[in-house]
Ligand binder design. Structure first.
Ligand code: 6SD
Length: 233
């Protein structure tokens, strides 16, 4: 799976060398290339933004360097389909099922805006390009300073679903199947059996696997009701 990330702050992506995603790159399960949008900017100031048509506060990212950067990525790719992800609070909300859909993609391009966002013609133009699917995605209803952190979130959600990335595939199975549909996780405990006067729930020490399974199920449902009663459980 190939990822191309385009941003004016390429250093935002340094954490991708760590942990799960770092290992996934070492194992050649994913290939990640980072591109500085400013490499496509002209003039001494390498400007990538301008004032908004129609007025208003802030600056809008010019479609010109974005078009150059995205075209360059597309020309260098042999993929049959390219998914161009544009991060925006107005996009489709990231969910586990969207992550499961995206992990099937061969080539993901993340366009990370800053300022007031990217000139909307970038979305409109690439919607007309054959073999490109444009997806506007949000990670939640709050406003970030740019698309970089949202990209890191989406990539982590996707990459851990690639077979061979998570060490113990049973943990993926447990997360997705053995709990009730859409429930959050049950609470976890490890040694010591008593910590600062707090015991581990007795059932977990019982060795009775059927009882443990039923208890975890109850706990997951109870937590789901408390944490997210509107949308889950
Ligand atoms: C200006 C951006 C890009 C600004 C964003 C995405 C979400 N879920 N909240 N905020 C965002 C994305 C904000 O570029």
């Amino acid at each position: 799976m190939k990822f191309d990330l385009i941003s004016i702050f390429p250093e935002y992506f340094s954490p991708l060398k760590l942990s799960l995603i770092g290992k996934a790159q070492e194992k050649n399960l994913v290939s990640i290339a980072i591109h500085d949008l400013r490499d496509q900017a002209d003039g001494v100031h390498k400007s990538v933004d301008d004032t908004p048509y129609g007025g208003g506060a802030g600056m809008v990212m010019s479609p010109v360097p974005w078009g150059e950067a995205i075209d360059q990525v597309l020309l260098g790719s042999s993929a049959a389909i390219h998914d161009l992800i544009i991060l925006t609070p107005a996009g489709q909300k990231l969910t586990q099922s969207l992550a499961q859909e995206l992990v099937e993609c061969e080539h993901l391009i993340f366009a990370c805006g800053r300022y007031e966002g990217i000139d909307h013609r970038v979305t409109r133009y690439y919607q007309t390009v054959p073999h490109v699917r444009v997806r506007e995605i949000s990670i939640g209803d709050y406003v970030l300073g740019g698309g970089e952190v949202a990209t890191l979130v989406i990539m982590e959600a996707i990459i851990r679903l690639i077979p061979g990335v998570v060490g113990n595939p049973q943990s993926l199975v447990e997360e997705s199947h053995s709990l009730p549909e859409d429930a959050v996780e049950y609470p976890n405990y490890t040694k010591p059996a008593v910590w600062r006067g707090l015991d581990v729930p007795e059932v977990l020490l019982s060795g009775n696997h059927a009882l443990i399974k039923a208890w975890r199920n109850d706990q997951a449902l109870e937590r789901t009701q408390k944490l997210n009663p509107q949308t889950r459980g």
